[in-house]
Design a protein around this ligand. Structure first.
Ligand SMILES: [Ca+2]
Length: 447
């Protein structure tokens, strides 16, 4: 399903009495909807805009002809030509002329979709700011209420797919605030706009073809096919290709209706998706751990996997003071470096990554599911005095590291494996804890 951020409007529904009057924002770390999308190691940009998508500007004779108006008019003319060309490709892909005409009736070029696409990487949040919202008291309470309200259905979904109901509810909570923010952007217009725009046009055109296939199958109507600006739809925000491959009809009415107010099909689809990618029933996504004094921080890597017993031999125990049960091979993950929460993550962490590969998102889903299930907050503190480095600061850090002989192999503002390796080498050279964490303190040392 890949991370797709959210343009939306809403009615508050489906969330039980505990949520009365409380409006939550959907919360998803943004990354490009692409399998190769790199994700900064410790920051997650988060979409927070809650506003309806505006209609494109209509240029009239009365209106002053501003550069923006010229651009909009050009876009609309070009867009119409693009639709004509796309029609042939859609028909060759098996879409009937009738379905095409019906689906494209009233389709428009949506300026705001392009604006959202261009603005994706502007914001950075620290992991703790993200988690404060992902597992806020409100979201936890609403999750418990949603689980209570839909318990029988969630039990049936859990029984069929083997994915714990708290996890399904947590995905629901982060993707659409339990159905409150499913998005009201017309999906065909949004995907046509993004396909025409050309930046990742091929990806979006394949999504658009998939959306038309869904309409052709009769699962929903063009009017009901709404969602977020980049094509994610329904309670748990499936993009069209993921829908075609993984959505299920849990209610048995012959339609896989993830857009309905009734979340049954959407929640079952999420469970089916996680199950398909190897969810292990009864195994946690991860647990909080305590690292021993003198821990070798080179071991804190997703590439290094050991059994909880082997980690215990190195002094790594549960944050509750007990040995970590044998949940299979786990890796140590330090989302905010040595001064923050330490986690031991298991196979299900990787399964949740299939929804969204940002660490912050996966930890958000996992932690929210634990909290909905009654567990407490993390025991360790976060380095809250720190703030996230801005994009420009991350670039500066990379330039300074490379200039000091710790080559980051590029200045792209993204903290990937090469930059983390360079940070570790620099940290060792100056006697800092070599945790590879791109902190403000690190940047100050480099300056
Ligand atoms: Ca159904």
């Amino acid at each position: 399903m890949r991370a797709l951020s959210f343009g939306l409007c809403f009615t508050l529904a489906l969330v039980g009495s505990a949520s009365a009057g409380l409006v939550e924002r959907s919360l998803r770390p943004e990354m490009r909807p692409s399998s190769e999308a790199p994700v900064a190691a410790q920051t997650a940009a988060v979409a927070v805009a809650i506003r309806p998508i505006a209609r494109p500007a209509v240029v009239t004779k009365e209106r002053a002809v501003t550069p923006a108006a010229i651009l909009a008019a050009t876009s609309n003319a070009g867009f119409k030509r693009w639709v004509s060309g796309f029609r042939g490709r859609a028909l060759r892909a098996g879409i009937s002329a009738t379905v095409f005409e019906r689906s494209f009736r009233g389709v428009q070029y949506l300026d705001n979709v392009i604006k959202r696409d261009r603005n994706q990487s502007e914001f950075s949040k620290t992991i703790w700011d993200y988690l404060d919202s992902a597992a806020s008291d409100t979201r936890i309470a609403n999750g418990k209420a949603a689980l209570a309200q839909h318990r029988a259905k969630l039990n049936a979904i859990e029984a069929r797919y083997g994915v714990e109901k708290e996890v399904v509810v947590a995905v629901w909570g982060l993707e659409s605030a339990y159905g409150a923010f499913r998005g009201n952007t017309p999906i065909v217009s949004a995907l046509a706009t993004l396909s025409y725009d050309g930046r990742r046009g091929q990806f979006f055109e394949s999504q658009l073809i998939a959306a038309l296939k869904i309409l052709q199958a009769g699962d929903t109507s063009p009017e009901n096919m709404t969602g977020s600006w980049a094509g994610a739809m329904g309670h748990t925000q499936f993009i069209p290709t993921s829908y075609l491959d993984y959505a299920v009809d849990f209610t048995g009415d012959g339609r896989r209706d993830i857009w309905a107010d009734d979340p049954s099909d959407a929640l079952a689809s999420t469970a089916a998706y996680l199950s398909r990618f190897g969810w292990e029933t009864g195994v946690p996504w991860g647990v909080e751990v305590t690292l021993p004094r003198g821990f070798d921080y080179d071991l804190a890597s997703r590439k290094i996997k050991k059994s909880p017993t082997d980690w215990a031999a190195l002094g790594v125990i549960g944050a509750n003071g007990k040995a970590v049960p044998n949940h299979g091979a786990g890796s140590i993950l330090l989302p905010a470096g040595a001064r923050g929460v330490a986690l031991m993550v298991f196979k299900n962490f990787k399964v949740i990554e299939r929804y969204n590969a940002a660490d912050a998102y996966v930890i958000g889903v996992g932690h929210l599911s634990d909290r909905i299930g009654g567990s407490g907050p993390f025991k360790a503190d976060w380095p809250r005095e720190d703030r996230a480095l801005t994009f420009v600061e991350r670039q500066q850090m990379q330039r300074l590291l490379s200039a000091a002989g710790f080559n980051t192999k590029g200045v792209d503002g993204k903290v990937g494996p090469k930059t983390i390796a360079a940070i570790k080498d620099f940290q060792r050279s100056v006697g800092m804890v070599p945790d590879g964490y791109a902190s403000l303190d690190l940047l100050k040392r480099l300056r």
